[in-house]
Design a protein around this ligand. Structure first.
Ligand code: PEP
Ligand code: MN
Length: 339
C-alpha cells in the first residue's frame, strides 16, 4: 500500500502517522521526493482499512498495490484448490457436473431426475428448496420439505446434494442435511449470510452476483474463508449487460481471469446464463474450453410443466447427450470427469 502525503505536511505530522501505522504491525518506508513524501507500507495490508488512512487530513491519496484478499489469493496459495464432496471433486484437475431441477417439486420428480442425471454421469444433485423469486406471487419452493425430498433422492442414488440457503436462520438445518450450500447470485453480498456460512463445515457454492466485479466476488469468498470455511467453489452464472436476447450474458472471461486471481475452483451455470434450453450445451462447451472446473445444469423431467425455469431446463435425454460431448471435451482439456 502506498500513502502520498500532502505537499505542505510537516515532518512532525509525517512522523505521527508513521508511528500510528507501525502500531498496526506495518513496516513503513519513507521516500522524500521534491515537495512530497511517499510512505510505502509493507505487511498484512489486506486487513488495513484504506479509508481510515485516507481520512487523515495530511494524506492526499492511498493506493493499494496488492489485492485486498488474502486467503482466496493465488499469490499466497499457488496450487489449485480441489473441493471434495463425497466421491465428487471440483478443481485441481477434477471436473464434476451438478445437475437437477431448479426447484424440488415432488418426491417422484426429484427421485426420477436424480436417477436420470446420475445415469448420465452427474456427480452431484441440485434442487432448490428455498427459492429467491423476483415476484412474491411466484412459487417460493417447498422449504424444509424440499430438503427432506432431496435427502430421499440422495438415499436412492448416492448423489450428494446441493441446495440454496437464503437466510442465516437455516444454517443449522443446512449444516445437518445438505452436502454443498449454495449462496445464490442475489445473496452474494449478503454479508451476514456469508459470515454464517463461513462458520459451517460444508463446502459452499458461491454464485457471482448479477452485477458484481471479479474482485467483489472474490471478496465474498474471502468473507466465507476468513470465517474458517475454505471450501469455496465459485460459480459464474451470467451477468447483467445491455443485451436482452439472453436472460444474462455468460462472462467466459471470468473463468481464466478468476482462476488467475484465485486458487479456488470456478464452475459455470449455463442454464441461468442463457435462460434458454437450446443454448445450454454450446455455453457448457465454451466453459469447458475456457478452463472451468465443473458445470451446474438445470434438468427437469417435464420442462413445460416445471414450477420454475422450465424454459432453460434440459430434459434428461438432452442432458445425456450433453454429457457425452462434455466428457470428450473435458478429457481434451486434460481434466478428469468425476462421476
Ligand atoms: C438457482 O441456481 O436456482 C438460482 C436461483 O441461481 P442464481 O442465484 O444464479 O440466479
Ligand atoms: Mn433456476
Amino acid at each position: 500500500m502506498v500513502v502520498v502525503m500532502r505537499p505542505d505536511t510537516s515532518q512532525e505530522d509525517i512522523q505521527r502517522l508513521v508511528e500510528k501505522l507501525e502500531k498496526m504491525d506495518l513496516e513503513v518506508g519513507i521516500t522524500n521526493g521534491v515537495g512530497c513524501t511517499i510512505l510505502g507500507l509493507v505487511g498484512d495490508t489486506a486487513c488495513v482499512d484504506m479509508d481510515k488512512i485516507a481520512m487523515n487530513s495530511h494524506v492526499e491519496r492511498v493506493m493499494r498495490v496488492q489485492e485486498p484478499y488474502k486467503k482466496a489469493n493465488r499469490k499466497f496459495h499457488p496450487e489449485d484448490t480441489c473441493v471434495r464432496v463425497g466421491n465428487a471433486a471440483v478443481g485441481g484437475g477434477c471436473f464434476s457436473v451438478i445437475a437437477g431441477p431448479c426447484s424440488v417439486e415432488s418426491e417422484e420428480q426429484i427421485i426420477e431426475v436424480a436417477r436420470d442425471v446420475k445415469d448420465s454421469g452427474a456427480a452431484l444433485l441440485r434442487g432448490g428448496a428455498f427459492k429467491p423469486r423476483t415476484s412474491p406471487y411466484s412459487f417460493q419452493g417447498m422449504g424444509l420439505e424440499g430438503l427432506e425430498l432431496l435427502l430421499e433422492a440422495k438415499a436412492a442414488t448416492g448423489l450428494p446434494i446441493v441446495s440454496e440457503i437464503m437466510s442465516p436462520r437455516y444454517v443449522d438445518v443446512f449444516e445437518e442435511k445438505v452436502d454443498v450450500v449454495q449462496v445464490g447470485a442475489r445473496n452474494m453480498q449478503n454479508f451476514d449470510l456469508l459470515k454464517e456460512v463461513g462458520r459451517m463445515s460444508k463446502p459452499v457454492l458461491l454464485k457471482r452476483g448479477l452485477s458484481n466485479s471479479y474482485e467483489e466476488w472474490i471478496m465474498s469468498a474471502e468473507y466465507i474463508m476468513s470465517g474458517g470455511n475454505e471450501n469455496v467453489i465459485l460459480c459464474e452464472r451470467g451477468i447483467r449487460t445491455f443485451e436482452s436476447y439472453t436472460r444474462n450474458t455468460l462472462d467466459v472471461s471470468a473463468i481464466p481471469a478468476v482462476k488467475q486471481m484465485s486458487h479456488l475452483p470456478v464452475i459455470v451455470d449455463p442454464s441461468h446464463a442463457s435462460g434458454m434450453y437450446w443454448m445450454v450445451e454450446p455455453l457448457a462447451m465454451a466453459a469447458i474450453a475456457a478452463g472451468a472446473d465443473g458445470l451446474i445444469i438445470e434438468v427437469h423431467n417435464d420442462p413445460p410443466h416445471a414450477k420454475c425455469d422450465g424454459q432453460q431446463s434440459l430434459t434428461p435425454e438432452k442432458f445425456g447427450r450433453l454429457m457425452e460431448k462434455a466428457g470428450a471435451l473435458v478429457a481434451l482439456a486434460g481434466k478428469k470427469l468425476v462421476k
